[in-house]
Write a protein that binds this ligand. Structure first.
Ligand SMILES: [Zn+2]
Ligand SMILES: [Zn+2]
Length: 253
């Protein structure tokens, strides 16, 4: 599989995933033109995308989904409740495809799992192609057994590491927003992510990407450093950060 983050963070999320035969996007939270531009940057023709898979209805995950889907005639996959709530946006889009459990797009098998977040439902996806598994799991306030069970199966892990708790508490956000972010329905801190990854670390993990970093209450260096403190220096080459404003490396595993 090849994987490239087009953007990650509260201003827009979109992940490109490629197998030998097909290509999908997980979330389309940038504008359609930005998604197109960033795909061009990695030399991917937007018409070759076979599905847009949605995690939840927050704007930073769906912003360009409808326009991109209609422009290139690409189906949108998501939880039925998520797509229902988006009907007013998607009303003239004929390519809405709700899933009711595990589903396939071309040669990808996707297994959705619930995560604890304030858009209900929000899901992560365990994605299998041939004998390889990757997982994407962002926008969650706590690690549940369901999250653990799915994330630990993957050799390629994309996991939220949203904020540094101290920066969040001392930062400029209003109190309600601070509460929301650190609640069970909010976002994982660097420490939450470090503790969890340490628990599930196994020899088959090839890459861990820290995702959905807050631009105000975190930094790539801080997220990586904090999580490395939990994982130890042997994880140095495994652990990387994906960012809001940068198209990532095209990872392959
Ligand atoms: Zn988000
Ligand atoms: Zn969200």
């Amino acid at each position: 599989m090849k994987i490239c983050s087009l953007a990650s963070g509260s201003r827009g999320n979109s992940l490109f995933v490629e197998s030998e035969y097909s290509r999908i996007l997980i979330d389309a939270g940038l504008s359609a033109s930005q998604i197109k531009e960033r795909l061009n940057f990695i030399k991917v023709d937007p018409t070759s995308i076979e599905g847009i898979v949605i995690t939840h209805i927050h704007r930073d995950h769906i912003n360009g989904a409808n326009a991109f889907s209609r422009q290139f005639n690409i189906p949108i996959y998501g939880h039925p409740d998520t797509l229902d709530e988006l009907t007013f946006i998607f009303s003239r889009n004929k390519r809405i495809t709700p899933w009711t459990g595990p589903f396939s797009i071309a040669d990808f098998d996707l297994e959705p799992f619930r995560v604890s977040h304030d858009a209900i439902p929000t899901v992560g996806y365990l994605i299998t192609n041939q004998n390889k598994k990757m997982v994407i799991c962002t926008d969650l306030g706590i690690i549940t057994p369901e999250v653990e069970q799915h994330v630990k199966q993957a050799q390629f892990i994309i996991l939220e590491s949203n904020h540094d708790p101290e920066m969040l508490m001392n930062g400029p956000y209003p109190w309600e927003l601070k509460e929301r972010i650190s609640s069970r329905l909010g976002h994982l801190s660097n420490h939450d992510t470090g503790v969890f990854l340490k628990n599930i670390l196994h020899g088959n993990i090839q890459k861990i990407l820290l995702a959905h970093l807050s631009e105000e209450n975190n930094s790539p260096e801080m997220a990586r450093q904090t999580v490395l403190e939990y994982l130890g220096s042997q994880a140095e080459t495994t652990l990387e950060v994906i960012e809001q404003r940068k198209v990532s490396t095209l990872f392959e595993f």
